[in-house]
Ligand binder design. Structure first.
Ligand SMILES: [Zn+2]
Length: 59
């Protein structure tokens, strides 16, 4: 398993398991935060909340 739970995202995002976009954005945001680029981190956070989920079928 990979490291999870080290970086608390704020519990605002609704991450969809198996969504490549979510995974990519999470990594990019973590990277941005790591280098102190908070503007980019926020942008990625927004994308996380806004990008569509075609297969996001609730229940
Ligand atoms: Zn997603």
């Amino acid at each position: 398993m990979s490291e999870q739970g080290r970086d608390h995202p704020g519990a605002r995002e609704r991450l969809v398991p198996g969504c490549d976009v979510c995974a990519a954005l999470l990594r990019q945001r973590a990277d941005a935060r790591r280098v102190g680029d908070h503007g980019a981190a926020q942008a990625y956070g927004r994308e996380l909340e806004n990008h569509p989920h075609p297969a996001a079928a609730p229940r």
